[in-house]
Design a protein around this ligand. Structure first.
Ligand code: ADP
Length: 400
């Protein structure tokens, strides 16, 4: 019997659902889509199929289940349902329990539910996606791929916080790291570019999107990463503050009378590029404002961002025995030649030096080494988390 060749990849957020249907043999995405503004009357589903984009209105109750039902109808109309081999789900938090992909069964769902206390915004949404997919495709196997899994190789010195040790022992309070599939993917890709096995290569990967994290990868394994117990730690991001003096939280609560809920919202949703610029969380909009309109705070936000990214890269170099290359990925890392140039300007002591022409060329899906001839290599590599999820789903099920 011929095996079905496509994997349906599902990435469920609290009010969104992204999916891709990927052919496992040729890596092509046959169909992809995004359900947005779920749970509201404006909910919609955008589908990319056969080089065309179509917009679909969603029926009440406008939830994840409705997106999946609409998707099933569309797949059926294109006779694509029979060729789905399995479903791979992005799950944000696997705690210390999952260092590898896992076949989803009742026990795994219970564990993901239990881990929701570590990721209250993400794991419950991932479980909703799993339930909706199970209902729509009861005959298909489903696999969970965890964002934290790649970082489970971090040594103790990297993941234990300098807090009373019992918080780690009793409450799992430690650094986990996130964006694991992206860091894994680009660290594998740069090895191909450099023509070296990953086991002989040490790199730093900078995933700069709305969320940003930077990881030190020694011989194919994550040894430290900028994000921590939650995705709030590390460099500033679109709306997240990144690492700040924890004393600021006491000051906001005790002196400025903010509630803990308000502080949570400030640090997660009102800070970062948005907070400093007072304008936008979007790097493109800030570059426009800074350079076309000479907006001082937009420029300041971009400068602080680049400086923090550079410092994070420099500090992570301490966890490596060699540094073969730096990799930029994510929406900002892949497209903003300005941010890359700013970051590398701070890293001349690590022998990074940008080639301005190559830097301009590496945009909009183009990968390339943007360093000068004699400088340390710095690659721009578009990430492909969906492909990692599809590939790992297939590998797990075919190696059973
Ligand atoms: P997410 O983390 O939500 O997946 P992305 O990886 O898509 O986000 O990154 C979004 C960020 O990438 C936004 O700040 C956006 O402005 C930035 N970005 C996308 N294209 C460009 C560009 N051409 N120039 C500068 N920044 C860009």
């Amino acid at each position: 019997m011929q095996t079905a060749s496509n994997i349906l990849v599902i990435n469920c957020g609290s009010s969104s659902l992204k999916f891709s249907l990927i052919n496992i043999h040729n890596q092509q995405t046959l169909m992809s889509g995004l359900g947005e503004r779920l749970m509201s009357k404006d909910a919609s589903l955008t589908i990319n199929f056969a080089a065309e984009k179509s917009q679909h209105r969603l029926k009440p109750p406008y939830n994840h289940q409705v997106v999946i039902e609409t998707l099933v109808e569309i797949l059926r109309s294109q006779q694509l349902t029979d060729d789905i081999y399995a479903i791979g789900h992005r799950v944000v938090h696997g705690g210390e329990l999952y260092a590898n992909p896992v076949l989803i069964d009742e026990k795994v769902k219970q564990t993901i539910t239990m881990l929701s206390k570590l990721a209250p915004l993400h794991n419950p949404a991932n479980l909703i996606g799993i339930a909706a997919a199970e209902q729509a495709f009861p005959q298909l196997k489903q696999v969970a791929i965890f964002d934290t899994a790649f970082h489970q190789t971090m040594p103790e010195k990297a993941y234990v916080y300098a807090l009373p040790y019992q918080f780690y022992q009793q409450h799992s309070l430690r650094k986990y790291g996130f964006h694991g599939t992206s860091h894994y993917f680009v660290s594998q890709e740069v090895a191909k570019k450099l023509n070296k096995p990953t086991t002989q290569l040490s790199v730093i990967t900078a995933h700069l999107g709305n969320g940003c994290s930077i990881t030190a990868v020694e011989k194919g394994k994550s040894v430290d990463s900028s994000m921590g117990f939650t995705p709030l730690e590390g460099v500033m991001m679109g709306t997240r503050s990144g690492s700040i003096d924890p004393g600021i939280i006491f000051y906001l609560v005790e002196q400025l009378n903010f509630s803990l809920d308000e502080v949570n919202t400030i640090l997660n949703k009102k800070s970062g590029l948005l907070g400093v610029s007072q304008l936008s969380n979007d790097c493109r909009a800030l570059e426009q404002a800074a350079f076309k309109e000479n907006n001082r705070l937009a420029k300041l936000a971009l400068i602080i961002f680049s400086y923090q990214v550079a410092k994070s890269i420099a500090s992570l170099s301490a966890s490596l025995t060699q540094l073969d290359a730096l990799v930029f990925t994510g929406g900002i890392g892949e497209n903003s030649s300005y941010i890359r140039e700013q970051v590398l300007q701070h890293l001349s002591l690590l022998n990074f030096a940008i080639d301005p022409e190559k830097n301009q060329q590496a945009r909009f899906g183009q990968s390339g080494n943007i360093s000068q001839e004699n400088a340390r290599p710095c690659w721009v590599i578009p990430t492909n988390e969906e492909w990692v999820i599809a590939e790992q789903t297939f590998q797990l099920l075919t190696s059973e």
